[in-house]
Design a protein around this ligand. Sequence first.
Ligand code: MLC
Ligand code: AMP
Length: 509
Amino acid sequence: MIEIHGKNENLYEILKSRFPGNPKAPCLILADGDEVSYGRLHQESARYACLLSSLGVQPGDRVAVQVRKSPQALFLYLGCLRAGAVYLPMNDAYQRHEIEYFLGDATPRIFVCRPQIRALADELAAKTGVIHVLELADNGGGSLAEGAALQPDNFSTIVRTGDDLAAILYTSGTTGRSKGAMLSHRNLASNARVLHRCWAFQPGDVLLHMLPIFHVHGLFVAIHCTLMNGSPMLFEPKFDAGRALALLPRATVFMGVPTYYVRLLSEPGFTWELCADMRLFVSGSAPLLTETFDTFKTRTGHTILERYGMTEGNMFTSNPYKGERRGGTVGFPLPGVSVRIVDDANRPIQVGEIGQIQVKGENIFRGYWQMPEKTREEFTEDGFFKTGDMGKWDNDGYISIVGRSKDLIISGGLNVYPKEIEEMIDAIPGVFESAVVGVPHPDFGEAVIAAVVPQDNEAGAALTEAGIISALKGAFANFKVPKRVHFVDSLPRNSMGKVQKSALRQQYT
Ligand code: MLC
Ligand code: AMP
């Protein structure tokens, strides 16, 4: 693509151009009733950008962030964009070895952490060459906000081309090693524009924002749509079904993973009347059961709009805003996104047949950070990204996801790659081998469970389910830790010696 000389393609400039004319217009409406106006958002993001620059952050430098959701976390994200830095958000559930890997791999100049892990952050920063550690407390206090408060409230947003990086989001891999997906300003801007238009964002919209903001769903899809619309968000620290019931009458749009919908439906107070002023419910990040889709419709009169995407390119497909939203499908390719479903020889398959989903478009990421080989493997020669999802078309052009070729479990909208967990279990004294699989779970969609073969010795005989779970809890984010551990004499294998995970899944379902 040819760059137009002098044009600033920094995503922040694109978002800013859509902010309301009145600087007092609300952007964030917080749980305690406080509001952050669009004018303040602009000023605060300037202060954060000034602070980053004063700490020596140059365009392209990474800023790693592991904090709870707060307005200050949003100021920081936007401040990074404005300073030309590359934002690297991390799930706050990540533990020592996960954080160490991300810092070591991405070599950020700055690490912003919660005060609770300051000692660990200092230790890991020293080990991995991070220059500054700053704190952001859950209530918005700490050295980051204190430093920002001393800075001027204006900053000339750094000029970026569309190809320059805006963010790196780590996604685990089937090899057990996480990969940093590099997303450019153009990747994010193109998807923001398309979603804003396709989902008909309009004056008067209010988004109920309950997703975490360290993944694409909460950070990019929900926030960008709102900022592109210049409208307010009810900005809640996390998903809570009771709070959602209280706030839905003040909202028009809600976005969530399927678990949120399951939890809303289990609330007796979740009624048709409560949703009377809602315009749109969007679901994604994991498969929405047809049963949830149907029950939701009967209960509220609303048809959930299911869409499909991935960290490596934000959103790929969506059910239509106008027109039939078909349960069990993820709709049509979004404008500007080419989707094809192919067989093993990369040939397009017929309607109704199952094949691999591949995608191409301005939204697709620029590759994995410092993994050129891996990046090459994941793209076809003609530039399509191999999603690892299996799908099919129906006669009307709707796409359904029917499985995954990658060994991945999605629990409550969070990805768990079995390999990473298996390696850790296998390292526990007394374990001969293990296999980790996902089994259906009424709340999380899929739950992680492990089958463990003990060694035939004293250490093996001493293994317990609680012991294994507690060993893993110190090592991994909680959502990756198996909910159950089953001891078995051997793992089921096929004639090639490969563990038959489907047999385990069946056995423990
Ligand atoms: C928390 N736990 C989970 C879990 N979340 N276990 C499995 N799966 C999860 N997703 C753990 C907790 O640590 C706790 O462990 C126990 O399970 C019960 O926790 P809980 O109180 O029920 O959890 P809660 O805090 O309510 O969180 C659940 C949740 C949350 C579903 C609200 O996980 C969530 O907000 N998920 C959304 C993630 C998301 O944004 N995904 C988008 C990715 S982007 P213990 O041991 O302490 O009892 C993407 C691309 C795309 O995928 O297409 O959008
Ligand atoms: P992540 O790597 O966290 O971005 O997760 C992306 C994966 O989530 C995709 O590759 C899909 O497997 C899955 N996913 C996202 N949206 C949907 C959906 N609507 N239905 C089924 N799977 C989905």
